[in-house]
Design a protein around this ligand. Structure first.
Ligand SMILES: [Zn+2]
Ligand SMILES: [Zn+2]
Length: 386
């Protein structure tokens, strides 16, 4: 491997306690540095985390480049054959499972929440912290701090026209939780051969009789079908598959993307201490299948674009995927869960970009009043224009 690290140094974030009081350091999103939760000391970190010697991962030269130094792709087939390559969490941890939404939360050497961060339910029970086959290799540290997210949330609440008024005052009082979500990312080199029937449009003039019995002419479109074939190469880079059970997939789609190609840091317990980490419930095998389906769909679409002519039919794509690698990563989100009436609602904010998506209750009073107002305007307008 040409650019494998030749002399790996230990990570600088790692075993260093607070220089002032000796307590464990935690990631401080507002300062973008490690900080001491007890005495407030801020410890600057280098811009990129150096790579740690990593026996479990096989480095894939050239697959990743740039800023994500120290973040290593792992061979997918090897991991599926022999899934015991975890490096551990680097610290003692506790796990709890929510009895309501079934999300499993991991707490690395710190507080254990009393309510579920995902749905707000208080019925959480201790979950056996079995040794995972695969533990996070890298993560995207929080970049949006709690006070920034409160401002963004207030604006978001304000833009919900049809939400009940109570919702807008909720931004300051609702509990807000910072959670690292589990994701899988996959790379692959795809090569496909395709064949299809390419359709070319042509027009013919036809004559017909109109309703008065006169002969008229019109242009009619036809399609001439010709066989076509070709091949295509495509590189899939960091295709994301969420491993979360706690956040609704629909909301997650709306706050993606997470800049995993450029800004990942090598995992270190300092980054997650004091935050909640969700344990994945879509495992590597399931995620790999979802990734394969998504790539197959994408290849079908890419090959469809290659077919010449105006349209096509009977497209057959024979694709193979080589050099498949994966990473297990954590990405940051802020979560608000609240109940309104008898339903529970979830709001998700991207902890890196600040993008927000959420479920909301609707105020039927406001909607009814708006509909009545619009109807009244229509009636006025109709009367005025007589
Ligand atoms: Zn300290
Ligand atoms: Zn829950």
């Amino acid at each position: 491997m040409a650019d494998a690290p030749t002399h790996a140094r230990p990570a600088t974030v790692g075993k260093h306690p607070c220089p002032e009081c000796g307590a464990d350091l935690q990631w401080n999103a507002a300062r973008q540095a490690l900080g001491c939760p007890y005495c407030g000391t801020i410890v600057p970190t280098p811009a990129t985390q150096p790579a740690t010697a990593n026996g479990a991962a096989s480095s894939v030269a050239g697959a990743d480049s740039g800023a994500s130094a120290g973040v290593v792709e792992q061979d997918l087939l090897a991991a599926l054959r022999e899934p015991a390559s975890g490096r551990g969490w680097g610290q003692a941890r506790r796990e709890v499972q929510c009895q309501s939404c079934h999300a499993i939360s991991v707490f690395v050497d710190g507080k254990v929440a009393r309510r579920c961060d995902f749905c707000g339910s208080p019925s959480i029970i201790e979950h056996a912290a079995l040794n995972d086959a695969i533990t996070p290799q890298s993560l995207l540290p929080f970049r949006i701090s709690e006070s920034q997210i409160r401002d963004l949330l207030r604006n978001w609440y304000g833009s919900r026209w049809f939400a009940p008024n109570r919702l807008k005052s909720a931004a300051l009082t609702d509990t807000l939780g910072g959670v690292y979500l589990p994701y899988w990312t996959f790379d692959a080199k795809a090569s496909a051969r395709w064949q299809a029937e390419a359709g070319h449009y042509y027009f013919e003039t036809e004559s017909y009789r109109d309703s008065n019995g006169n002969t008229q002419t019109r242009q009619v479109r036809h399609t001439r079908w010709v066989p076509a074939a070709g091949s295509l190469q495509h590189f899939f880079d960091d295709e994301l598959v969420p491993g979360t059970a706690g956040v609704h997939p629909k909301l997650l789609r709306q706050v993606e993307p997470f800049p995993t190609l450029t800004d990942l840091k090598a995992y270190s317990p300092e980054f997650v201490r004091g935050w909640t980490v969700e344990r994945y419930q879509i495992d590597l095998r399931q995620a790999e299948k979802l990734n394969q389906q998504a790539m197959q769909q994408e290849m079908q679409a890419l090959c469809g674009r290659e077919v010449p002519g105006d349209t096509y039919r009977n497209l057959q794509v024979d694709a193979r995927y080589d050099g498949r690698t994966f990473k297990h990563i954590l990405v940051p989100v802020w979560l608000v869960s609240y109940t309104y009436g008898s339903r529970s609602f979830q709001i998700v904010a991207n902890g890196y970009t600040g993008a927000i998506a959420g479920e909301q209750p609707y105020s039927w009073i406001k909607i009814t009043l708006t509909v009545l107002l619009v109807l009244a305007l229509i009636v006025l307008f109709a009367m005025a224009s007589k």
